[in-house]
Design a protein around this ligand. Structure first.
Ligand SMILES: Cc1ncc(COP(=O)(O)O)c(C=O)c1O
Length: 426
């Protein structure tokens, strides 16, 4: 799609910032009628110049031969590749500081395709808890049907809990993956990515190699946390959230080395879990404002969290910026995260009835699941996103009936405070 001129990442000694590169990286206007913005390529298939070209493109796509020096994969069919998706993947890899990226139809498509590409019958997946409800269902209800055993540890239990889970899994057989969600949805519990990598180095996966470390970076990614730089092999993100940023699309991404992504690419081609070109184009549009949006939301979240922490009807606020100096997660937060982000939970005084009453009284803030959009959303994890989790496990993981999750958008935070105050006072 573009020669090296359109893939420059530096000018002289200056390495260009991701937010600068988002305006055009990987796109050559002179191949598309000089259009400033890339067109959408809503095509299912691509015309080969010659039959020999078609043969050669398939050989490479299906791994029948090695890539030649500087060879670009030829466009074949939009389940395999598409110009919008390739440009988007190049740009997402820049944010994730990864060699490559693959985009999917949803965050769950990214997570399930990635885990399925590595899990094998008789293996275990060690994972943190809580994780997003859909991921929890995949790990505990779907993968076991294929002979894959989930071994959970509570993020709250720190490295000791993760080490114990690894020992349990190791005793039972090969470990396919260590899967971490950090910060965790909805508790903002943190998991030590570097320690997970060390543990993975001490384990063997079924193919004789070590298990992969997979991190769900949806809450802070890609701006405020870079798991690949901290030791993750693969980083999965629900692009539906901050990257899409306008609550108007569903998509997912997976970044890592080209080698670690290779089996996932193969599974994506056959499962057909890729993103569509129109959504890919919208995501490129969104990437241009990603830094502005995430920074503004994080600023607003700090203001709102401070207000909630001082409110008489609020029992606790689980905002990462408030971690006390002596909390075991504090050094981890400072090492792993560049900001507390803008999604956090708080408990009202009381239980489900009191939480529901607050949610039902909100006027500016919308009562909806999801996060990372321009608008502020509030939801009730125990009865909504995490309702698949047994009540006992919910309590153990900190998902209490009084917990409300807030994703702060880019409205004026003083308006959000007035809304929350009236809703809390009733
Ligand atoms: C942390 C996390 N991971 C993954 C997902 C799944 O993403 P999607 O809804 O795009 O499939 C979500 C959705 O809320 C999430 O919060």
């Amino acid at each position: 799609m573009a020669d090296e001129r359109w893939r420059r990442k530096r000018i002289g000694d200056r390495v260009l910032s991701p937010e600068t590169l988002m305006m055009g990286y990987g796109y050559d206007p002179f191949r598309s009628e000089r259009s400033l913005k890339p067109p959408v390529f809503p095509t299912s298939t691509f015309v080969f110049r010659t039959a020999e070209d078609g043969k050669s493109f398939f050989e490479l796509a299906y791994g029948l031969r090695a890539k030649r020096p500087n060879e670009e994969p030829g466009l074949i069919y939009s389940r395999i590749n598409n110009p919008d998706l390739e440009m988007l993947e190049d740009r997402l890899a820049i944010w994730d500081q990864a060699e490559a990226n693959l985009v999917f139809a949803s965050g769950m498509a990214a997570i399930s395709t990635a885990l399925w590409a590595y899990a094998r019958p008789g293996t275990a997946i060690v994972h943190s808890g809580p994780v997003y409800g859909g991921t929890d269902f995949l790990l505990k209800r779907i993968l076991p049907q294929f002979g894959v055993t989930p071994v959970e540890f509570a993020a709250e239990g720190g490295n000791a809990a993760m080490e114990r889970a690894v020992d349990v899994a190791r005793a039972a057989g090969p470990v396919a993956a260590l899967y971490l969600e950090t910060p965790a949805n909805p508790t903002n519990g943190l998991v030590d990515i570097a320690r997970a990598r060390e543990l993975a180095e001490s384990l063997r996966a079924p193919d004789g190699r070590r298990p992969v470390v997979v991190v769900d970076n949806t809450f802070l990614g890609p701006l405020f946390q870079t798991p690949v730089a901290l030791g993750a092999d693969l980083v999965v993100t629900s692009l539906t959230k901050y990257v899409g940023g306008h609550s108007d699309l569903i998509a997912g991404g997976c970044s890592g080395t080209a080698a670690a992504l290779e089996p996932i690419r193969g599974f994506r081609t056959i499962l057909g879990t890729m993103c569509d070109p129109q959504t890919g184009w919208l995501l490129m549009r969104s990437l241009e404002t990603l830094k502005l949006r995430m920074t503004a939301s994080a600023d607003g979240a700090l203001t709102v969290a401070r207000f909630l922490a001082a409110h008489p009807r609020v029992a606790s606020v689980w905002y990462l910026g408030f971690l006390p100096g002596d909390h075991p997660d504090r050094p981890l937060f400072e090492r792993q995260c560049a900001s507390p982000g803008s999604t956090f939970a708080f408990e009202v005084e009381g239980g489900e009835a009191e939480a529901f009453a607050v949610l039902d009284r909100l006027e500016v803030i919308k009562l909806a699941v999801s996060l990372g959009g321009t608008e502020t959303l509030a939801s009730h994890p125990a009865s909504m996103t995490h309702s698949d989790i047994e009540p006992e496990a919910q309590r153990r993981l900190g998902i209490t009936p009084a917990l409300i999750r807030l994703s702060v958008g880019i409205e004026n935070p003083d308006d959000l405070i007035v809304d929350l105050d009236q809703a809390l006072r009733g």
